[in-house]
Write a protein that binds this ligand. Structure first.
Ligand SMILES: *Cc1c(COP(=O)(O)O)cnc(C)c1O
Length: 462
């Protein structure tokens, strides 16, 4: 099947075939996207406008095929390019729900979590405790107790973690630990820096590494099995991860000399995705090939046995599986300046544009092929002037009631959503093979009142 999706964007309105089915992060739309005989947009075999009518809008739509394809590519690329053991972990902060945890677990992924809520979601979603790592720069005693009880690997981020673990771990049941340090490499999409000290709240400073490794050696309750570093997100370059492999192999050598039986090397996440036409991230396989090759070489150069290789993709695993359908409502033309089209969601379901000035691509779900473009700004419905999802964007002319799909919203949308203006969160559905299933029901205004408590003395008399 020749899959074609019209992605309209400023400066570029060509047909965009989904050219890399194995690497969803290189396609704006889900890989199952197609235009049906009525010239309407279909994902997972479901016409999006019908889903919008059935489930209401805004609606988060998840394409199961795209998600599974990304998982399979990570797993098969690790097998192909890394001669040792490997375990990819899903960075669940990107989108933590039972259904996604269940899918990634069934594909052979482990998971990383940063709170008791994410841990609980993963465990209930079927991820085994021994395949979960628990991050965080300020874990609470309760969170650590929960992780320890469920045999989760705890990523030591600082001395506070060590102090709290002394209260629970014992020689009889040692805590399984990884150590996170700041490798002196930090990335932002197109540039990266290398320094001795990073101004970061996460992990041990490289200067502390030796002393903390020596200290851990003296604790019979501590079982240090891995090292971890994460250098950034939405990264399009591969060189930073090559450098990272060298820094981590040095740390591995040091830890083994001190006597820690380290078996896991976790290089974090960070692979970028295509949000707009100009974005050109490496493929999943290329990224895995590079980090695997770099770890193999770094270990060989230092005469080290190959560790189990871990990585923690978040965005590149889930972002392009997801899209959000909105209904277009009001229109405001500011003559000579801008035309605003408002949708029935915005910064509460997608805070990335207002937070990071992130760019997105979109199309009209029932007019994906129309070319009578108008320049519009898609605004949300919240009481913030900055609540804009797409600015100065070319969209075929449309009217109130039309449905708009915004692509690439599978990561860091639901997970960063809020109830700002007491707007309920959208429902989420999973689509595939022509059918759709609810995976998260829509929040209702009454849900928002459920945690409010009105003290008796405030209740109006009579
Ligand atoms: C955010 C994060 C990830 C995932 O990053 P992506 O860019 O979404 O792949 C992985 N590991 C850690 C520790 C993180 O903080």
């Amino acid at each position: 099947m020749n899959i074609k999706v019209k992605i309209s964007m400023e400066g570029s309105q060509a047909f965009e075939p989904n050219k890399d089915i194995d690497s969803p992060n290189r396609n704006i739309a889900p890989i199952s996207s197609e235009i049906n005989e009525n010239k309407k947009l279909v994902v997972g075999g479901c016409q999006l406008s019908e889903l919008a009518k059935k489930y209401g809008t805004p609606l988060y739509v998840f394409d199961e095929l795209t998600l599974r394809s990304a998982c399979k590519t990570y797993i098969s690329s690790l097998k192909k390019h890394y001669p040792g053991d490997s375990l990819p972990l899903y960075a669940s902060k990107a989108n933590s729900t039972l259904a996604i945890c269940a899918v990634i677990a069934s594909e052979g992924f482990g998971l990383d979590a940063v709170s008791e809520g994410e841990l609980l979601t993963a465990l209930k979603g079927g991820v085994k405790g021994e395949n979960i790592v628990f991050h965080g720069n300020n874990k609470s005693q309760d969170e650590l107790n929960f992780a320890y009880k469920n045999n989760v690997t705890i990523v030591l981020d600082n001395y506070h973690d060590i102090e709290l673990l002394k209260n629970i771990a014992s020689e009889k049941k040692p805590a399984k630990l990884m150590l996170r340090f700041t490798p002196g490499i930090e990335c932002h999409t197109h540039e990266y820096i290398r320094t001795g000290h990073l101004d970061s709240k996460f992990g041990f400073d490289p200067d502390e590494l030796k002393s903390v490794l020596l200290e851990l050696k003296t604790y019979n309750w501590a079982n240090l099995t891995g090292l971890h570093a994460h250098i950034g997100s939405q990264i399009f370059e591969v060189q930073p991860h090559i450098d990272l492999a060298g820094v981590m192999a040095d740390a591995l050598k040091l830890a083994q000399e001190i006597g820690h039986p380290i078996i896991d090397l976790n290089l974090g996440g960070g692979l970028g995705i295509k949000y707009v036409q100009e974005d050109n991230p490496p493929s999943i396989e290329k990224w895995v090939e590079v980090i695997a090759g770099a770890v193999v070489k770094a270990c060989k150069d230092r005469n080290l046995d190959l560790p189990r290789l871990m990585c923690e993709p978040g965005r590149s695993l889930v972002a392009n599986s997801g899209l959000t359908i909105y209904e277009i409502g009001s229109k405001k033309v500011v003559p000579g300046v801008r035309t605003y089209l408002s949708v029935n969601g915005g910064m509460s379901d997608n805070p990335r544009p207002i937070t990071y000035q992130s760019l997105y691509s979109a199309c009209l779900v029932d007019k994906p092929l129309n070319t009578n473009f108008e320049k519009v700004t898609i605004a949300g419905k919240h009481c913030e002037s900055g609540d804009v999802l797409l600015k100065d964007f070319l969209l075929p002319s449309c009217e109130s009631g039309d449905f708009l799909a915004v692509f690439g919203t599978g990561a860091y949308n639901y997970s960063m959503s809020s109830n700002y203006n007491r707007i309920p969160r959208p429902a989420t559905i999973m689509v595939g093979k022509g059918s759709s299933e609810l995976t998260q029901r829509r929040e209702l205004p009454e849900d928002l009142l459920q945690l409010d408590v009105l003290p008796d003395r405030f209740i109006p008399k009579n």
